[in-house]
Design a protein around this ligand. Sequence first.
Ligand code: GLC
Length: 472
Amino acid sequence: MRVQYLAVEAAPLAKVGGLGDVASELPPALIQLGVELRRFLPRYPFLETADLDVQQVASVRVFGRSAEVFAAEVNGVPTYLIDGEPIRASREVYESPDRDGDKFTFFCLAALEACEAMGWAPDILHVNDWHTAPGLLAMSDRRRTGGFWARTASLLTVHNLPYMGAGAEGALANYGIAPSEEPLLPSWARRLPLPAGLAAADWLSTVSPGYADEIQTPEFGCGLEAYLANRRDRLVGILNGIDLKVWDPATDAALATRYTLGTLEARAANKRRLQQELGLPQLQDVPLLGMVTRLAHQKGIDLAILALQQLKKEAWQFVVLGTGETALEDAAVRFAAEHPDRVHAVRRFDGGLARLIYAGSDMLLLPSRYEPCGLAQMIGMRYGSVPVARATGGLRDTVPDYQPGGKGLGFVFGPPEPTAMAAALKRAMETFADRRRWTGLQRRGMRQDFSWTRSAEAYRRLYQRALDRRGG
Ligand code: GLC
C-alpha cells in the first residue's frame, strides 16, 4: 500500500504546533505496520537539515516555475523536500494568507509532479489541514481524466477546522484550481481550500472521535456542520498518540530528578526545582498548577485567570508558559504582576521548562473552548500531572472525570465559563489534599497507553477501506 503524505510542518525539521508532532510521529508508526509511505515537506530555507544526507532526485515544473525535489531519510521515514522560489522566500512556516496560499499550493503541485516524475503512483493521497488541501483538489481534477492518478484514493485530516485558508483563494485561482461545485457546500465556502478539499476528498478524518461528532453541530462546525453531517459515513475520528520515547519521565534529561510509576516520590524534587526557577515559595503541600500552551483564544487562558480569581481564598500556585496573541500574553503577565507570590507567566518558547512543568506541576490546566485532540493532557498524564480540562473534543475522549470510587483520570467541566472551571479546580484541590487518593489518580494516568501504535492501526484500516471502495 503506497501512501503519499503531505504536511507543511514536521518535527524536528520544522515545527510550530501539534500538526508538527503528528506529521513527525504518525508516519514512522505507519511504516512499522508495513505501509509504504513517502512524506513530502516544503524545503524552507530555515529547515534543520544539517544532520541529514539530502540528495536531489528530480526536477519538475509548476506553472512555468521550476521545483527541485530532494530526498532524505528522517527517523526512518523517506522524506521528500520540495524546493522552489515561493518556498525559498519564506521566513516562517506560516506568514500572510496570500503568501502561504502561494507557497503551499506550489508545494502541493510540485509534490504531485514529483510522484509522476518518479513513476510512483500512490494508492492513497493523505493531506493535512487547509495548507495541503490544494494537493487533493488538483489530484481529484487529474484523476477525472484517468491516467497516472486514476487509482488513487484521498483522505483529508482536519487538525483545526476554523483555519480554512481564508486569503488563499487568489493563490488557488493562480494555479488553475477551480472553486468547488459541490451544491451542498455553503456558497461562501466553495473558494476556500479547506471546505473545497473536504468536498473533494473521498474520506475525511479528524484527530479525535469526540471532535468528529462535534464538528457536525453548530457550536463547533463553523458553518460546515450540515455539510459534514451529510458526509458522516465518510468521516472518521482517530485519536492522536504521543511518542513514548520522546516523552518519558524515566529518561527525560530536562528534569531535576527522573522517576517512574514505582518512584513517584522522586517527583517532588522536580516541583522544588520548578518553584525555585520561578521564584515561587517552595511548598509541597500547596498545589502547583501548570499550563503549557499557545496563547490563543481557543486555549482559554482567560478562563483560567478568571477561575483562579474566584479561588483567591484557596492555596495554590500557577505557572503559564507560552506565546501567542498579544492581548492574552498581556493578561497573563498582568495576572502574574498582581500575584507575584503565587503566579508566574513565562512568555517564550522553552522546551526544557515545558518538560519541568509536566514533571513538577500537580495539575495541568486545559480550559480549551474547542480541542480537536490536544497533546498536552496526554503528556501531562504520562508525567503524573493531573488534567483539569474542559470536556470537549480530544480532551473529553482522553480525560474521563474523576470519581471518588477510583475511576477517572482528571477533573472536567462542561460550559466554557470561569465558574464551571473554578468548581472543577476546587474538586481537584480537595482531592489533592488526600495524598493516598491523589497518588492513585496520578498512577492511573501514568499507566495509560497513549502510544501511536493504536492510531496508526486505525489509519491503516481506513486506508484499506478507502482502497476497497476506490471509485465507488
Ligand atoms: C491542532 C489542534 C490540536 C491537535 C493538533 C494535532 O493543533 O488544535 O487539538 O492536537 O492539531 O492534531
